[in-house]
Design a protein around this ligand. Sequence first.
Ligand SMILES: [Zn+2]
Length: 238
Amino acid sequence: MKILKSIKEYIDSFLYLFYPELCIVCNKNDREVNDTFCLECYSELPFTNQTTIPKNQFIQHFEGKIKIEHGAALFYFVKQGIVQNIIQNLKYNDKPQYGVKMGEIFGYSIKDNSYFLNIDMIVPVPLFKSKETARGYNQSLKFAEGISKVTSIPIVKNNLIRIRHTDTQTKMNRVQRLENLYDAFSVLEPKTFENKHILIVDDVLTTGATLLECGNQIMKVKKTKISMATIAMGQQMS
Ligand SMILES: [Zn+2]
């Protein structure tokens, strides 16, 4: 299986070299819709379409936990679906450009959108340094770069930092996740955030523990407001 997989990857990257205009999901069809997807794959993308909906699912998820001005995910995360494929490639297959592309698509949906007005800066959820070095990039920063490219909102990347390495959270329940992340983040220069409306961005919203902890740290700074955005979110969220 593993060999087959690497052969497939080899062929894919070979194809990409000669046909860079192919769709990033299926590697077959021409990119008909934009410079990322073919029409077929694009039409199957599970857009949440919630950037202009007040009190949407994303915001409800944080209700009673933290005050956010606005929030939205670009897609729903469907297991075995296109979005899972994109996220996996972004995180584990050295495809930072996928994050930038998703950021651009999201950027167009919040540009001139009254719910995302007056955002002063974009702050990506930081990775612990050793993890970022191993991966070669921070996938949330890549998403931020795409949003910034379209909206011209600046990114502030080294002011919210991860000060403690956290265990992988996949097998933890909500309480364990919160404990695991408690005090994992810190703001270096509070002055930079003071009086600012900050858009915190991450790759996927699952329990929301990471975004919540980042938000809590930022809101310790005087007069900050926060909004949040992710590439994907789970479909059924409590
Ligand atoms: Zn396609």
